[in-house]
Write a protein that binds this ligand. Sequence first.
Ligand code: PLP
Length: 415
Amino acid sequence: MVATEQENITQLFEGIRQDFPLLQQDMRGKPIVFLDSAASSQKPQAVINAIDTYYQESHANVHRGVYELSQKATDAYERGRALVRQFINAPSDEEVIFVRGTTEGINLVASSYCRKFLSEGDEIIISAMEHHSNIVPWQMACEFAGAKLRVIPINDRGELIMEEYEQMLNDRTKMVAVVHVSNSLGTINPVEEIIEKAHQKGIPVLLDGAQAIPHMKVDVQKLDADFYTFSGHKMFGPTGIGILYGKKKWLDAMPPYQGGGEMIETVTFEKTTYGNLPHKFEAGTPDISGAVGLGAAVEYMEKIGHEAITAYEAELLQYATEEMQKVDGVRIIGTAGKKASVLSFLIDGAHPYDVGTILDQLGVAVRTGHHCTQPLMDRFGIPGTIRASLAFYNNKEDIDRLVAGVRRAAKMLLS
Ligand code: PLP
């Protein structure tokens, strides 16, 4: 019998959990079911080894030494950048800035771009489903400049109301900053359309790609995004490293975000001239081992392949959604037509925290609360949700354990 494409994909992912040492351990005396990858993913052995080898064989500070070891460290760091550049199809290494993560990427743009381009009376557009990381930095920039923050509303399924968005765009709009995939709802936003509409009026767009990059192919040139930012730790890489991609024309026009070593050309007490991109935005000793680990994560994901990852996870999310819908009293929050890897839900009459605590006792790790999206929770009139978030190392058994745990929690808490 010829195996179907779906069977082939399932087979491909069967052994993948073996690549993740942490997933071999128990939690609460049971094999761990890790369903909190939207908060932070686990790391494959290849990433752990790359960081280990770097420290054992190549560590020195980068960009400064003439000696061989420093050059080796610089090569390893810049190799990480080149791997990311090709992973997101950025036109050049100059446009790939190492940052601490998505939060810093957004803060960099909100601080630097807004210092140059935002004035009193201007507007910045975000959406109702943003993570606090894509709200607070813009609020701070608006407060500083006397500008206004505008918010694209969503419908009850958790989809952006695009007609309202179009009407918001005007001559005063200086930036559109939206999330590619919502961390609380799983909604995949129509980012191509968002960008196209903004560009028709000459407005740049920043995409928060924290929850997109682990699950789908991101091509910044195809998207035509002006800025795209994400965190290494959510895409199987280490914590403390992330990427801000920006178009050269914007990055060249923006002032540095932080001052210090590495980002200068010349310094006198009278005047400093700044270094070229990307170093202009990388003040101080960077997270060298983080860049090495992120590069290893990129290589690991590419070996599996984006198409397979997206197809496998779509099937798993569909299975999880269908199984969860069968549980009496469960309400799914976020039912958009296009979703990725997040299943948020509530059990009517039970507090999310209590459900999460019972699931923990059963060896199932989920997140409960507002997921750093308080305004979104307010929009739905709820204090928070229980969120199961998937990665390609999860499987149907994980979902079965989750659903069985949710049934048990409902019985315990509602009887
Ligand atoms: N944006 C989204 C959509 C997120 O899910 C997260 C993290 O959960 C962030 C931004 C912030 O990422 P980090 O804490 O890695 O900077």
